[in-house]
Design a protein around this ligand. Structure first.
Ligand SMILES: [Zn+2]
Length: 167
């Protein structure tokens, strides 16, 4: 496991003693454990998903996002905080910058812990792959896209629907 994943797993274990029975992961409990406030705001720049003001121990999430995207943005900013990324952050979607990638990996692991994803995926085994993806995304309050990435990351990609290959 890489560092963002380890940090997210440790935080999940510390804050969700009921483990995978807690769905979706309660970000309020996680933030309270860290002493961080999560607030919504309407940024002047629409492309901003979230922000971290480290000195104020406050995470801001763009109120215009859908609930799954707000949760991912909040978890992403908590990632910057927990991983010790220095300074304040104002985050547009950027999967290429190193710190942004780390925060995204943290957020995915926090919202979709490996043990939870694997257990629920098995529980839903009577559904088609597409229906499983939708059901699991809903239970974990994450986007189908984020879940799709996560399934590949935890090694159950073979079961998940993938875009057709081009010749
Ligand atoms: Zn960021």
């Amino acid at each position: 496991m890489q560092r963002p994943e380890l940090a997210a797993t440790a935080l999940w274990r510390a804050t969700c003693p009921d483990g995978w029975r807690v769905e979706p992961i309660n970000l309020g409990v996680v933030a309270a454990h860290l002493g961080v406030d999560i607030l919504t705001w309407q940024p002047d720049e629409e492309r901003l998903n979230g922000a971290l003001i480290r000195s104020a121990k406050t995470v801001f999430v763009n109120a215009a996002l859908t609930r799954p995207r707000m949760r991912f943005a909040a978890a992403h900013e908590l990632g910057h905080y927990v991983l010790g990324h220095e300074g304040d952050f104002f985050c547009p979607f950027n999967r290429y910058a190193t710190l942004e990638r780390e925060a995204n990996r943290f957020a995915a692991a926090l919202l979709m812990p490996t043990a939870v994803v694997k257990a629920l995926w098995l529980k839903l085994s009577n559904l088609t792959p597409a229906a499983k993806l939708s059901a699991l995304a809903e239970r974990l309050a994450v986007s189908r896209q984020a879940l799709g990435y996560r399934l590949r990351a935890v090694g159950i990609a073979g079961d998940a629907p993938v875009a057709p290959q081009r010749a």
